[in-house]
Design a protein around this ligand. Structure first.
Ligand code: ZN
Length: 305
């Protein structure tokens, strides 16, 4: 008997991909799009294993191909991850060299680009040629949570598969499977992503309440703000940190029936957070931007606007 498939929330996508694969009409370039941490990689891995399996209807979890691919050691499964937040042209060139030869074990080969939005312009251009001239048995899977950063030329040559965020119940089920018992608030703030819920719970103790950022006798100084920013950067938790600050600002906005000026200030503050989130994709120094953000309310009011 087959084990139940762990694609909570994405069962329909998996089924239709498998049907297309079995019928021999799987598009040669797939673009998985959806929020971070909801299971896109898992689906990609399973699909890849199914394509490489030596038995029809795989993955069978028994053949040599399945054993190798489950350890990510299958020679015809090329999984590309960004290095220092970039996929460079050299990586794409290496991949293309391999493509010049037939697959090593079977008749198919799968190339996955995780975080495909980190392909720099020249790398994307180099990849484009391979997408334009597909070879039989070669499948590309591009995974991203930032579709806007992928060149249109690549998007137009790929078959887009949108992944929806999970429901809070589904997030809870996945966290329970991982034996993580997180407070409900994190689940609700996680925007349908178990990974986000985990990041939020990790960062929580370090994110100050908005009120702690206001000017006053105990106002945060530069050093304290810098240290806080540094700890978020070092823990690799900048997006979660920003997300938690955003939620906190949002709660202050809806909770406090304060003055209009305060609301206006808070809205500007949230705009700054969103701006930094956007800038994070452009190789900025997050430490400096986070520090400035934490000191936002200390700036003279005119320059806050
Ligand atoms: Zn197999």
């Amino acid at each position: 008997m087959k084990k139940p498939l762990p694609f909570l929330g994405h069962e329909n996508i998996m089924t239709s991909l498998r049907e297309a694969q079995t019928a021999g009409r799987l598009p040669h370039a797939l673009l998985f799009v959806g929020p971070e941490g909801i299971g896109k990689q898992k689906v990609a891995r399973h699909l890849a294993r199914g394509i490489l399996c030596e038995k029809p209807g795989g993955p069978c979890d028994e053949c040599r191909a399945c054993l190798l691919s489950s350890e990510m050691k299958h020679p015809d499964l090329i999984w590309v991850e960004p290095v220092e937040e970039k996929i460079k042209i050299d990586t794409v060139r290496e991949m293309k060299k391999e493509l010049a030869f037939p697959p090593m074990m079977g008749s198919s080969r799968i190339i996955v680009f995780n975080d495909a939005h980190t392909l720099n312009a020249s790398a994307a251009n180099a990849l484009l040629k391979s997408l334009e001239e597909p070879r039989g048995g070669t499948f590309f899977i591009l995974i991203t949570h930032a579709l806007g950063w992928i060149p249109r030329t690549i998007v137009s040559r790929s078959h887009k598969i949108p992944f929806a965020p999970l429901s809070p119940d589904q997030v809870k089920r996945i966290l329970a499977e991982l034996k993580l018992n997180l407070p409900e608030a994190f689940v609700l703030r996680a925007q349908g992503s178990p990974l986000q819920a985990m990041a939020l719970s990790e960062i929580q103790g370090r994110v100050p309440e908005i009120k702690a950022l206001l000017p006053g006798p105990k106002a945060m100084g530069f050093e304290e703000a810098f240290e806080l920013a540094q700890s978020a950067v070092e823990a690799g938790r900048v997006p979660a940190f920003l997300h938690a600050l955003l939620s906190s600002a949002h709660e202050s906005l809806t909770g406090d029936q304060g003055e209009e000026a305060w609301e206006f200030d808070l809205l500007n503050f949230t705009d700054r957070i969103l701006e930094i989130k956007r800038l994070l994709r452009q190789n900025i120094n997050p430490k400096i931007h986070l520090t400035r953000l934490l000191l936002y309310f200390q700036e003279p009011q005119e320059s806050r606007l």
